[in-house]
Design a protein around this ligand. Structure first.
Ligand code: ATP
Length: 627
């Protein structure tokens, strides 16, 4: 396919906000695509040149892009920046300059050719990187028509805002190949195993349904994590789990998926850490200079080292390997397997007292700089709780009982870093209450209850895992992870922060859109208000984003990217909010007395926020508690 054809599709997608139309346009695009290019097209739709978990970043900031645009069209960088300020988008500015420029070199480049050049730009490293990136991009732009120029420029800047989520792409793939959306579950199953939509799409188009049904777990491609359900009481849990079930402490750290392959060598940085791409990446604004877009700190362009291959992925499947050298070392020394994929929760602890530290301390380990120093100050332990792959065999399909046995056989007994999560096999509600109280008194978050005969359910919340968390007060048994959708300007003292309140929403899985659930004005410290202000500077939009469904208007909209954990007393119904909108009562769900608990931007994507379905359950659970 010509890149110009793809760009025309992008133009259409950009101006459509209705999900059904998006699916329709995308499916037409897929029908027109060559099966060898469909994977690349899936990455480009997300504004990337690799699957999202691969730490491949273009590493070009606005000023370097402006330099490349100027070089391509015979303008000074300042002229480009002026035009950018006027039009508010670098792609539009570049398109305007491309239209005005007298050019003899426009060529009909294919999607693969443009993709190849963009990938080359991302892969440059070492000395002279910036110059190489600028001249490669300039040469590419020179050859492209104005519409293609606009979209190519927006890719390295992370401003290609098509507003398309993975479920929409999966529906469109099914529609393109099968004429309806019925194959979505099969596609999703393959996606859950590999998290690589481009790879799944290409396999689907080349090998059909049997091809994607055969997709296996791959070491180096993260598996979408299994998630837990909530229930209102221990009695309800026993009803679901049967007469015998496993219980483990719920550690309040961060989830780590470990991929180990001793038959391969680890790629290591050839240049300094962090990679140049991470230093100059504009993809994700991080107002706190120590906090980090961990996607940007995975393996940079690399050479092989002598160390075995180990990759670490976070809850939202970003590659975090380079941020945790102590965990990597622990895995190499303390996991007795040739090839394995295991999961655990990493938590900081005090080596003198052997006490766990609170989440606020653990989270300080997510950083770009002074990594080794912090690893000394705040060492991590990883409590391994599941094993999905062992020495060439997918064991995620085996019952938990068997997986646990195998996990026990590979985790070294007296390991310092990798330890086994304690497991007790329980039978009654009283057993749960007793273990829960013990866990709480040790400063843990609660319990995870697990069905002993259940396989690992990748990418889904289900009753195979049930979480019991320490309730804070009020009636809700869990916090709600909300997406920041808009900001209300501040009054009084808050004028100084530029932010007076937040409009937040949850994720509607069925519609692949974000729906509002609350206005939050309390529970934020001054520092947090400032952080929201910083975020809004980067993610502020002039119009409502395509995937947001709201009845109210904040002072300004925010691109849905940032997840905030919110604690509320209760879920109520309100005519103002669109979450779980019920036309018969004219109301949606709303949070009563919401306050901010913490930012979860480092380990949750917007689509990982609490879903409408979950909110509905939390709402119903309130009544089951017998109030
Ligand atoms: P939360 O907001 O409660 O941390 P979440 O949305 O990130 O939840 P849940 O499915 O609700 O995910 O809870 C499971 C999380 O609990 C896992 O992602 C993992 O990080 C953590 N966890 C801690 N201890 C365990 C354990 N023993 N087994 C499984 N998960 C555990």
């Amino acid at each position: 396919m010509l890149f110009n054809t793809l760009s025309k599709y992008f133009e259409k997608l950009e101006t459509t906000s209705k999900r059904l139309e998006l699916v329709d346009i995308l499916s037409k695009l897929f029908i027109e695509s060559d099966s060898a290019e469909i994977g690349k097209i899936c990455y480009l739709i997300q504004g990337r040149v690799a699957p999202f978990f691969e730490p491949v970043e273009m590493g070009m900031a606005e000023s370097t892009i402006a330099q490349a645009v100027g070089k391509a069209f015979g303008r000074h960088k300042e002229d480009v920046i002026k035009s950018y300020r006027k039009l508010g988008n670098m792609g539009l500015a570049a398109k305007e300059l491309a239209t005005k420029a007298k050019r003899l070199t426009i060529k009909a480049l294919s999607v693969s050719e443009v993709f190849g050049e963009l990938r080359k730009i991302a892969d440059y490293s070492g000395e002279g990187t910036v110059e190489k990136k600028v001249s490669t991009l300039a040469e590419l732009l020179k050859k492209l028509d104005p519409i293609s120029v606009k979209h190519v420029v927006n890719i390295p800047l992370g401003t290609l805002r098509l507003g398309i989520g993975d479920p929409t792409v999966m529906d469109a793939l099914s529609l393109a190949k099968h004429g309806d959306k019925s194959l979505r579950p099969v596609i999703e199953n393959a996606y859950n195993k590999t998290s690589d939509l481009g790879y799944v799409a290409e396999t689907f188009f080349k090998k059909g349904i049997s091809g994607i049904k055969n997709i296996k777990l791959v070491v180096g491609k993260p598996i979408r994590p299994a998630l837990a359900e909530r229930l209102p009481s221990a009695e309800e849990a026993v009803k679901r789990l049967g007469q015998e079930f496993a219980a483990e402490p719920k550690f309040d750290g961060f989830r780590v998926q470990v991929h180990l392959d001793r038959t391969r060598r680890q790629a290591g940085p050839v240049s300094s850490f962090p990679p140049a791409s991470a230093r100059s990446s504009k993809r994700s604004p991080q107002p706190d200079s120590e906090s980090v877009d961990l996607r940007a700190v995975g393996s940079p362009s690399t050479a092989a080292t002598r160390q075995p291959f180990v990759q670490l992925y976070s809850r939202n499947l970003e590659n975090t390997t380079h941020a945790f050298p102590d965990l990597v070392k622990g895995v190499i020394e303390e996991v007795g397997a040739k090839i394995a994929i295991l999961e655990g929760e990493a938590i900081a602890y005090n080596p003198q007292t052997e006490e766990f530290l609170p989440f606020q301390e653990t989270t300080k380990r997510r950083r770009k700089y002074k990594i080794e120093e912090m690893a000394q100050k705040l060492p991590l332990v990883m409590f391994a709780f599941d094993l999905l792959y062992l020495n060439g065999k997918d064991i995620s399909v085996q019952p938990y009982r068997e997986r646990r046995k195998l996990l026990e056989s590979i985790v070294k007994k007296d390991g310092k870093v990798v330890r086994l999560a304690e497991e007790r096999v329980l039978h009654k509600a009283e057993d749960i209450s007793k273990f829960f109280n013990e866990a709480i008194s040790e400063g843990l978050e609660g319990l995870m209850l697990k069905k002993l005969d259940s396989p690992y359910v990748a990418g889904g919340r289900g009753f195979h895992w049930i979480k019991f968390k320490r309730a804070q007060s009020g009636e809700l048994t869990d916090t709600v992870d909300c997406v920041l959708l808009g900001v209300y300007s501040g009054r009084g003292k808050r004028t100084a922060f530029g932010v007076g309140g937040l409009l937040v929403g949850v994720y509607d899985e069925k519609r692949d859109e974000f729906v509002t659930i609350s206005r939050v004005g309390t529970g934020l410290t001054d520092e947090e208000f400032r952080k929201v202000n910083e975020i809004s500077k980067h993610l502020r939009l002039s119009h409502k984003p395509a995937r947001v469904n709201s009845k109210i208007e904040p002072s300004f909209w925010i691109e849905p990217k940032i997840v905030l954990e919110i604690y509320a007393d209760e879920i109520t119904r309100s005519p103002v909010h669109t979450a779980g909108w019920d036309p018969s009562t004219g109301s949606g769900f709303a949070l009563r007395f919401p306050r901010l608990v913490k930012f979860r931007e480092a380990d949750k994507r917007a689509e990982d926020a609490t879903t409408v379905k979950e909110v509905k359950k939390l709402y119903q659970n309130q009544f089951k508690k017998g109030r």
